[in-house]
Design a protein around this ligand. Sequence first.
Ligand SMILES: NC(=O)c1ccc[n+]([C@@H]2O[C@H](COP(=O)([O-])OP(=O)(O)OC[C@H]3O[C@@H](n4cnc5c(N)ncnc54)[C@H](OP(=O)(O)O)[C@@H]3O)[C@@H](O)[C@H]2O)c1
Length: 432
Amino acid sequence: MNALNVAVAGLGTVGRETVRLLRARRAELKERLGAELRLVAVADRAAAREARALGLPASVVRYGDPLEMARRAEADLFVELLGGLETPKRFATTVLGRGKALVTANKRLLAHAWPDVAGAARAGGARLAFEGSVAGGIPVLRALELSFSGDRVLGLDGIRNGTTTSLLSRGEEGASPADALAEAQALGFAEKDPSMDLSGQDAAQKLTVLAGLVTGGWLKPGSFPVAGIEPVTARDLSFARERLGMAARLVASLRFSGKPGAPAVSASVAPTLVPLGHPLAAVRRQYNALLVHTASAGDLMFYGRGAGAGPTASAVLADVFVLARDIRGGLPPAQSASRRLDLASPDHAVSPFYLRLEVLDRPGALARIADALADAGVSIAAIHQDKAVGGRSVPVMIVTHATPRGRFERARKRIMSLAAVKPSHCAMRMMA
Ligand SMILES: NC(=O)c1ccc[n+]([C@@H]2O[C@H](COP(=O)([O-])OP(=O)(O)OC[C@H]3O[C@@H](n4cnc5c(N)ncnc54)[C@H](OP(=O)(O)O)[C@@H]3O)[C@@H](O)[C@H]2O)c1
């Protein structure tokens, strides 16, 4: 099979980016898969207009009705990016019932209709993937499904909603909830109607998907306690930070118990105070995180952007790739380590640098150091001279602006050759 046909339903925020990436990365994907992923159909209420804007060729069939595409399109793999529940549910069961693979990023569909969708997949002998539904671009589902196969997941604590994290973390910085919300909406990770986010229901749907993945069971939405961040005020945030050394985050938690085959779970979504030194307190703005507690590997944290067109389309495309590989027999093309990798020179790597020198207290010494940096084209962001301790040398700390390593090294060598500079020194790359 040298090509797999793909059909995408929903050309909104995520669908457009998925189609764009599918086409832009066609050659790379083909090389890694050993077969072409060929877009053959799209569906959207405005399919014709969106297809034109995306520059799709006439060979890509446009459907105004996603269900018609689900019934008719000659595709091996369908992608559902419509949003909502009823149409996606009919779309999913139709596609899976035809025995075709389905990728979806729709947490609502999975949370509320998992038994129907999984049943249709079983009946049709079809594959289903939904990495984008829980944490946008963070590959947590595949890790939970595969990477802990030899381990036991004891529990999960997650910050799974960028809107609430943004409101709470920007609130700590003094921003009003209205400003923080407007900012999150402008950046595209908060919904126009944020009520599902603020009430904790969005995080709860994602928790249902996670629980299903770990246990294989369905944690029915509405069956576990869910509280949102509406009651949390600026006063709570500043008291928690200043007096308690804690930060408020909307934390979605699962704890697993019971026996294999008869798993039990406790679940909750609630605003929670976490110590400032805890990894979840460092999750700010649109970022999401999932802390996984396991029996053998200990605690692991997954962190990244949990929503938005780029991160979600990246997860959707990864699902398309993995399902396409399964359809082709599960084997990647034999190319690993078959090519020599060209190494880029480390001299070109750009970053700021820290340089600590021991400088003899002589007139003009600092000027000569500054000249050496300037001659190499390295500009100084900050310079600090400590008081002389004991002998006659003075510690001097220099921080540069971002510069290629090669230039910094040229300057460092010249500085070390100056008579006023002692050999002991420390140079470190600084991460931006
Ligand atoms: N956006 C994110 O950051 C993000 C992150 C993770 C997961 N997701 C999930 O990804 C999915 C898509 O999200 P999105 O943000 O891309 O949504 P969106 O911008 O609203 O796009 C959905 C598109 O599908 C079309 N559509 C929906 N129902 C239709 C129907 N019955 N017939 C024809 N066209 C229909 C919509 O047309 P109209 O506008 O005319 O209705 C719209 O163009 C959702 O399930 C969402 O939960 C999104």
